[in-house]
Design a protein around this ligand. Structure first.
Ligand code: HAS
Ligand code: CU
Length: 490
């Protein structure tokens, strides 16, 4: 056996372990998958190449368009092409997963898909559908326009296509976090997943509903009918629901762990979680702040209330609790076991990791609380406030909290990277074992077989998408003047 084949097998065995946790028929899967090795490297090359291509104009000050790259702000074409390649790379990941999944399916007829695999495939299916908006914006508008082939552009159409993808992108970040909360955290807490079928149900709802709500970012955009905006507001309340299911399921699972460890009382069991485990601590602290991020999201989504908070610091507070904590702090917690497993060495300092997690929690608590408050007091986002002539006296008491919270976060981030670096180069403790997925109190067989099918859900997703976006998109495309020239303000 050549070295390369061995690498194939190791990697694929890991993939197998990772996605199809409890199946024991590893060999057949490996046989079916050897040719996917090249595909994986191609994906890696495409995404890295895209990143580098986008980074060159970014660093060269030729892409000063911020992360939403709204036209008429215009960047160098390489920025748009680079980002498009990154997205194309994610489609190859979907292809890889689907091929793997089909092989597994063929070899395990009648078996329920393991939960982690099911959730991973849903995440990428959802994302691949969602990314079509961005792909259309890039290929049909921004790239030809930045190359000078199209004289003008249309900010409204571009924003609509952007947010078609831009909202579900937040679930593309969140769902991997949920995969960990559902499949690994219950066991880390010493317990079991409360309900496997409910977990699957919540992911199917994400597939169905994630892409129907983008206009909740466009409540103040002229040129889109109020009826459509209101529809998207109601659909946002609907996509809130699978996160409520997650709230219930994950907290019940944590509770099962804490009670098994001797926890008592209505809420006092919470103290009995294994708080000395940094991986678990980081993720539970992330959950706690996410509960507030979710509530803020509901405020944002409420059509009329949105007018109070839109374009203010409140939104910045919101997304630091969601992507900045639920996702980021959870990912940090995940790497506290994952990097040691990959590197074959123990975490350099679990205690430092605990300090880091708590600092993130406290720092973000301050930072985001102050930003929410400042937003309600009317402080705008995306603005250099210290230089604004309209600075308000009632903002002044809160602004230092943003700075203090931000500084604590900065220290926390440094400690995180330090710990990761030292784990890779200086740790001498033995490697932990790859964690196994949690068992479920109520297993997959207890749910309807319907939950493990794809075609009906994909068809329903397409139908809902046409209902939520068909008419407004056709209207915008058929009326677009494409006549707004590009500009660069910095
Ligand atoms: Fe959002 C704007 C609405 C979730 C990210 N959002 C943003 C922006 C970002 C972002 C980056 O409707 C700014 C974009 C920009 O630059 O303009 N968002 C929502 C709603 C949800 C939501 C309804 N957002 C997220 C997530 C994000 C994210 C997730 C990133 C990962 N958001 C909006 C709206 C806007 C918006 C409007 C536009 C505003 C504007 O005007 O510009 C929901 O999905 C949230 C559901 C969450 C929950 C919480 C569940 C809690 C769990 C943990 C439970 C466990 C605990 C342990 C607490 C329902 C699962 C406790 C233990 C015990 C003992 C109890
Ligand atoms: Cu959104």
């Amino acid at each position: 056996m050549t070295d390369r084949t061995r690498l194939h097998e190791d990697e694929l065995a890991f993939l197998h372990l990772d996605l199809f946790g409890h199946s024991d028929d590893g060999r057949g899967l490996l046989d079916g998958l050897l040719d996917l090795y090249e595909l994986a490297w191609m994906t890696y090359g495409l995404m890295t190449g895209g990143l580098v291509l986008a980074a060159i104009p970014l660093l060269g000050n030729a892409a000063t368009v911020m992360f939403t790259f709204y036209p008429p702000l215009q960047a160098h074409w390489a920025f748009y092409v680079g980002l498009t390649l990154v997205v194309a790379g994610t489609w190859l990941v979907t292809l890889h997963l689907v091929l793997t999944y089909r092989t597994w399916r063929a070899q395990h007829p009648g078996e329920r898909t393991p939960l982690a695999a099911f959730m991973t495939v849903i995440t990428f299916a959802m994302w691949s559908i969602a990314s079509l908006g961005l792909a259309a914006e890039m290929l049909l508008m921004l790239i030809p326009w930045s190359l000078g082939w199209q004289r003008g552009t249309d900010p409204l159409l571009a924003r609509t296509l952007f947010w078609f993808t831009g909202h579900p992108i937040v679930y593309f970040w969140l769902l991997p976090t949920y995969v960990s909360w559902y499949t690994l955290v219950p066991r880390q807490a010493g317990g079991k997943l409360f309900s496997d079928p409910m977990a699957r149900g919540s992911f199917i709802l994400f597939l169905l509903l994630s892409t129907l709500v983008g206009m909740h970012h466009q409540f103040t955009d002229p040129g889109i009918g109020q009826g459509w905006k209101l529809t998207h507001a109601f659909l946002t309340f609907a996509v809130f629901f699978p996160s409520l299911l997650t709230f219930f399921n994950v907290v019940a699972s944590l509770e099962s762990g804490a009670r098994a460890r001797g926890g008592r009382g209505l809420l006092a069991w919470f103290a009995k979680l294994p708080w000395s485990d940094p991986s678990l601590t980081a993720q539970v602290l992330a959950m706690l702040l996410f509960a507030f991020g979710g509530i803020g999201g509901l405020v944002n989504a409420s059509y009329s209330l949105n007018l109070v908070v839109h374009n203010t610091a409140y939104i910045v507070g919101h997304f630091h609790l969601t992507v900045g904590t639920a996702v980021t702090l959870s990912f940090m917690g995940i790497t506290y076991w994952f990097v040691p497993v990959l590197r074959g060495r123990g975490l350099w300092s679990p205690r430092l990791a605990l300090v880091q997690s708590w600092l993130w929690f406290v720092g973000m608590g301050l930072f985001s609380f102050a930003l929410h408050d400042l937003g309600i007091l009317g402080m705008p986002r995306r603005t250099m406030i210290s230089a604004a002539p309209y600075i308000q006296p009632e903002w002044q008491a809160l602004r230092p909290l943003v700075g203090i919270g931000g500084s604590i976060l900065f220290v926390s981030a440094l400690l995180y990277f330090l710990n990761m670096l030292l784990t890779c180069v200086a740790s001498h403790t033995p490697a932990p074992e790859t964690p196994a997925c949690a068992e479920a109190l109520s297993g997959p067989e207890e749910g309807p077989a319907m939950l493990d099918r794809w075609r009906p859900w994909l068809i329903l997703t397409a139908v809902l998408l046409i209902l939520a976006y068909g008419h407004p998109l056709v209207h915008l495309v058929s009326n677009t003047p494409l006549n707004v020239p590009g500009m660069r303000v910095w």
